[in-house]
Design a protein around this ligand. Structure first.
Ligand code: FAD
Length: 266
């Protein structure tokens, strides 16, 4: 039993620098200039799960990303971790896409890869965080999906048994391949890159596909294909005062009471 697995990965701004993201006061556009980027954290878990499935059943793992040319960095990282091939979906026509137009292009790329058994995604990105892309890709590929997986087993290689947490327990859901699964961070502990993995990078296949390489309707991609409209963007002003107390517990309690009394709050 051999599995053809695709893992969707996204390059995102490093959350440590979110406070440095600015808004253009005129246009409201987000400026991510000079903000370092990383692989979306839960996508590392999706890569790890894909590699574990391949190790168990054999087959191939392809990492795919839609993004600007620099998104190749996260695809190269995936290749050093052990992914077999990568596809970057990169074209100016894809820019300014919302989650639906992003999923549409990803689905077209996955269709071009062909005969895919399992598509793995993270459950959410740390920047957009809509949790929509995985389910939308599944709908566009007309395959079932299961979200927020904390465990995936494939007893016979075709029937997936997926566990996901819910508020007061967990659900176990079964589904047949082909299917799409979004994973949560608890699912595994991602491996780290090895020197051997880095050395294999040169021998791996990395493709870049633009609008002419995949079958897409030009009206369904980029800004034109995005039904979401951003009404207004604004910077939230924190007007509450913050006070950090230091010292022993008794000293901090005494200082807090003194301050609350001074403000006539107690
Ligand atoms: C009107 C509008 C305009 C926008 N314009 C821009 C823009 O110009 N530039 C910009 O960077 N963003 C832009 N965005 C944000 C961008 O569309 C979203 O980041 C993107 O749609 C993914 O949604 P998400 O981050 O909420 O993903 P989620 O659904 O939270 O992500 C879940 C998972 O889906 C997969 N995934 C998500 N995105 C990708 C991807 N691109 N490639 C591969 N896998 C992916 C990953 O596995 C991820 O873990 C815009 C959004 C809107 C609404």
């Amino acid at each position: 039993m051999s599995l053809n697995i695709v893992v969707c990965i996204k390059q995102v701004p490093n959350p440590d620098y979110f406070s440095k993201i600015t808004l253009d006061p005129e246009t409201g556009a987000i400026s991510r200039k000079n903000i370092p980027t990383i692989l979306n954290p839960v996508d590392e878990n999706a890569i790890e799960e894909a590699l574990r499935l391949r190790e168990r059943f054999s087959g191939k793992v392809t990492a795919i990303s839609m993004g600007p040319p620099q998104a190749k960095e996260v695809l190269d990282w995936a290749l050093t971790l052990g992914v077999d091939e990568s596809v970057l979906l990169c074209d100016r026509a894809f820019a300014a896409a919302d989650s639906l137009a992003t999923a549409y292009v990803l689905a077209a790329g996955i269709r071009k890869i062909g005969n895919v058994d399992i598509v793995l995604c993270g459950n959410e990105s740390v920047d957009g965080a809509t949790e929509q892309v995985g389910p939308q890709v599944a709908e566009l590929l007309d395959i079932p999906h299961i979200c927020n997986a904390t465990d995936i087993s494939l007893p016979n290689g075709r029937q997936a048994v997926v566990r996901r947490n819910i508020e007061y327990g967990h659900l176990t859901i079964e589904g047949c391949v082909p299917l799409l699964i979004t994973v949560s961070r608890e699912i595994n502990q991602p491996r780290t890159a090895t020197a051997e993995g880095i050395l294999t990078l040169m021998d791996k296949v990395s493709r870049t596909w633009g609008v002419k390489d995949i079958e897409v309707d030009n009206d369904a991609i980029g800004l034109a294909g995005s039904p979401t409209r951003v009404g207004k963007s604004y910077e939230q002003k924190l007007e509450r005062e913050r006070m950090i107390l230091t010292g022993s517990v008794d000293e901090m309690v005494a200082a807090a009471i003194k301050r609350l009394k001074a403000e006539a709050l107690v």
